[in-house]
Design a protein around this ligand. Sequence first.
Ligand SMILES: [Cu+2]
Length: 286
Amino acid sequence: MRFRNLLLSAATCAAISLSASADLTGKVTFSGKAPEPKQIDMSGVKECADKHPDPVFEQTLVVGEKGELANVVVSIKAEDSPDLKGEPSKDPAVLDQKGCMYEPHVLAMCVGQPLVVKNDDEFLHNVHSLAQENPNFNFGQPNKDDGKTVDQAPKTKEYIRIKCDVHPWMSAYIAVFENPYFAVTGEDGTYAIKGLPDGDYTVQFWHEKLASTPVEAKVTIKDGKGELNHEFKAEGAMAPDTSDVKLASMTKTSEKSCCEMSKKVEKVATATPAAKPADAQVKAAN
Ligand SMILES: [Cu+2]
């Protein structure tokens, strides 16, 4: 417990690099055949099309050759770990608009952390948040902009959709958390949440298309290590409607995860099948 308290006192929303702290790591995959990504048609807006000599594809579902799934937000459920508090980072979370696309497509940040929106393009974007639990922002950036700090920064946990009112294909998400224990999977599907004290946690996996209500799994961090992999199954996993209205209504985190999976990860790993076809299968690896 002394070790735990030491970690808690040092926790911040910034990247935690305590040598004695534990990591939760894992990989998120998509099983089965992923649908072909849709190409974005920018031909009607010359200034955008000119930025892209090669085709640009939607980032709604980014799956690698071996099923590696990007843009999954992995977090420690704060409600189940009320002791896990942390100070927000002073380093801002940065959302860029570049070539008429958002970078990153999914941004995770902590309540209280500054949020900055950049414009890498020398023409107008209008960034517009569709939050339901947080104050919304909606402003234009007519020229290149090294970064505007958002006055209405998020104040509570939510998965917030962001869109551009000028370019309808532009879409991003900002995931907001109340503790510093979160990560977004990269193109290799992996994630790492650093600085977790030993203990039992509820992990939430959110994906804009596959799990707009986060899927949950249990993990035990023991002796400084924990690993939790996660697999989304292709069949039945695809939500059919991606309209703005639908997406906006889906972004709020529900306390009632439709398929709560649990698995303790220690030295031994077993797999637990999903209870519903639309949800993920949770696998734990040692
Ligand atoms: Cu735009």
